[in-house]
Design a protein around this ligand. Structure first.
Ligand SMILES: [Zn+2]
Ligand SMILES: [Zn+2]
Length: 254
């Protein structure tokens, strides 16, 4: 509850209870709840707990009923001269105004304290944000450099796999050529067994053939078989598996 609801608050430090029923009011314009008033002002000499004023006068402390009865209101100022009545009313209103001003100052002070706390927290938050931002940008830099490294590795990998595929193609080509040559050689052996053997003996020395030296070591696969025709291939493989021996019966055995 606040003063906006037409009630005063106890001025005892940190009490701030809404005053209802009876209130203790002082000559120094302070008001207290029944609990704090009866506790504080039972001692002698009485000291105001809000402003430490000495309250020694007979009417310096008054316990007053906040909602007086109609009878009381009808009689309390009766018989007094109008200026006295107005004087009393003026002083009572001054008391109320002072209390309202004090409360407003208190609220303003609280507000400024909360404001300062908010500003402090905002400052802290912005500092934290700044450091997070820095961390984030450092991490982003790290990520981009790692990406670059990864790209480099990818490029290397694709180069290597391309080279491997090229090697595989060459190998397959060579394997195909080798297989076809072996097949031809086998066919040649079969034919050679049926025909006269001297033809194969001279085939190795023909022009265009590779003669007696096997061309495999250090030779490119394509070039190796490029110039081989059927006869020269026969001549080449003549050395590894002479058809004459295989095709012939073995008369020497047994
Ligand atoms: Zn109180
Ligand atoms: Zn006081």
């Amino acid at each position: 509850m606040s003063l906006g609801e037409d009630s005063l608050l106890c001025n005892f430090p940190k009490c701030r209870a809404v005053l209802t029923g009876f209130a203790w009011v002082t000559a120094c314009s302070h008001a207290f709840c029944d609990q704090h008033g009866s506790g504080e002002f039972s001692r002698s000499p009485a000291i105001c707990p809000a402003c430490s004023s000495a309250l020694s006068g007979k009417l310096d402390i008054v316990r007053t009923e906040l909602a007086p009865s109609e009878d009381y209101k009808a009689m309390v100022l009766a018989g007094l001269r109008p200026e006295t009545v107005l004087d009393i009313c003026g002083r009572a209103l001054a008391f109320w105004t002072y209390q309202v001003q004090q409360e407003r100052l208190f609220q303003e002070y609280s507000l400024s304290r909360v404001d300062a706390q908010v500003k402090q927290m905002e400052k802290l938050l912005s500092q934290q944000n700044q450091s997070r931002e820095l961390e984030l940008s450092a991490l982003r830099g790290e990520i981009s450099s790692l990406k670059k490294v990864m790209e480099e590795y990818k490029r290397k990998y694709s180069d290597v796999s391309e080279r491997l595929m090229e090697r595989n193609r060459q190998y397959q080509k060579l394997q195909g050529l080798y297989d076809s040559l072996r097949l031809r050689n086998m066919v040649g052996e079969r034919d050679g067994a049926r025909h006269a053997p001297p033809k194969y003996n001279t085939a190795a020395g023909r022009p265009g053939s590779h003669g007696g030296s096997p061309p495999f070591p250090g030779c490119d696969g394509d070039r190796l078989f490029y110039s081989l025709d059927t006869n020269s291939a026969d001549g080449f493989f003549h050395f590894s598996s002479p058809p004459a021996e295989k095709g012939r019966p073995f008369p020497k055995k047994h």
